[in-house]
Write a protein that binds this ligand. Structure first.
Ligand code: DAH
Length: 340
């Protein structure tokens, strides 16, 4: 029996030493010390011994048991520490490594330039107003001196909700809302989306953006219009930027003009970018037509005003040298990330 105990002890010693993880150590503990374990089996044979032998054997068995317990506990502690160290090593953070930057959003180039234009006009004492994109025919056309059969309507075909409700084709509709609701002096701009049923190509989109401007007061002249727009363009494109007014026709202004800016490529000399012109067309403007003023209840013998409407996409494309308008609407991060 003594010999058996010695063997058990020896086997236990090497088995414990060989245990690779806590789980197999637990299994081992059960096998060695449990009710069905080898040591218990031996103890059960003790009843065949004499009292003296039993005492000696009992003492020996207890020694073996406590030795195994100690070995198991020590090994457990060692395994736990090893597991802990392995985890610490695996989870180590190298604080000298460059961090991973969370992706941050950027303003869209259209928004960047719109914000700039807003700032410029706020600085000149304008306020910014909003208007509906779903509009009555009256505000989009009729009140702007475009009666139902006016030929200019053909160039602004749009999306109709009903016969007389449509998606606005121009922010000029906001002029009418403002003049109906406020008394002069008026000094507003109104940025927003406009719609036309145009096919998509490099310079057309059924949805685009305009910024409307309107000033109504006593004694407003074309000189005020020119000075205001020149300041805008100099702020946007640099102090040496010059503008040029060319006679044109819009139903809601009289006289009307198209406003060109000096070409950024050649500074007026003429180049490929401006097709030899030296200037590039950028927006429409004019003195508010007396009929439009009167229609909104403003006495045109007392008040005069100027208005202008600029296409935001066009300004953005010039600013950043973008040749295809579709890039502005495609939500391609590789494109959009370039703008600050
Ligand atoms: N609404 C015009 C367009 O979409 C642009 C325009 C021209 C606006 C002259 C104006 C203006 O306010 O006076 O083509």
């Amino acid at each position: 029996m003594k010999e058996q105990l010695r063997q058990i002890e020896e086997k236990a010693q090497s088995a414990i030493a060989a245990a690779a993880d806590l789980r197999s150590l637990d299994d081992l503990r059960v096998r060695l010390l449990g009710k069905k374990g080898e040591l218990t089996a031996i103890l059960k044979q003790m009843k065949t011994l004499t009292a003296d032998e039993r005492a000696a054997m009992g003492q020996l068995a207890n020694q073996v048991r406590s030795k195994m317990e100690t070995l198991l506990n020590d090994k457990g502690a060692a395994l736990r520490e090893a597991a802990q160290n392995a985890r610490l090593a695996a989870e180590t953070v190298d604080i000298t490594m460059p961090g991973t930057k969370p992706p941050t959003g950027r303003l869209h180039p259209l928004q960047i330039v719109e914000n700039e234009v807003r700032e410029i006009f706020l600085g000149m004492g304008f306020s910014v107003v909003d208007g509906p994109e779903v509009e009555y025919d009256y505000y989009n056309f009729e009140a702007l001196n475009l009666p139902p059969d006016h030929p200019a309507r053909d160039t602004q075909d749009t999306f109709y909700i009903t016969d007389n409700i449509l998606l606005r084709t121009q922010t000029s509709s906001v002029q009418v809302h403002v003049m109906e609701n406020q008394k002069p002096p008026l000094r507003i701009i109104s940025p927003g989306r406009v719609y036309r049923s145009d096919a998509v190509d490099a310079t057309h989109s059924p949805l685009f953006h305009q910024i409307e401007g309107l000033v109504v007061d006593k004694g407003i002249t074309m000189a005020d219009l020119k000075g205001t727009l020149e300041l805008l363009m100099q702020r946007l494109y640099g102090d040496d930027c010059k503008i040029r007014l060319r006679p044109h026709h819009f139903p809601f202004t009289e006289p009307s003009a198209e406003v060109d800016v000096m070409c950024f490529g050649c500074h007026g000399a003429g180049c490929r970018m401006c097709k030899g012109e030296g200037y590039i067309e950028l927006l429409g403007a004019g003195m508010v037509h007396p009929k439009v003023l009167e229609g909104c209840g403003i006495d045109s013998s007392v008040y005069s005003g100027f208005a202008f409407g600029l296409g935001l996409e066009r300004i953005v494309m010039r600013r950043y040298n973008i040749s295809d308008m579709r890039l502005l609407f495609r939500n391609d991060m590789r494109f959009l990330e370039q703008f600050r």
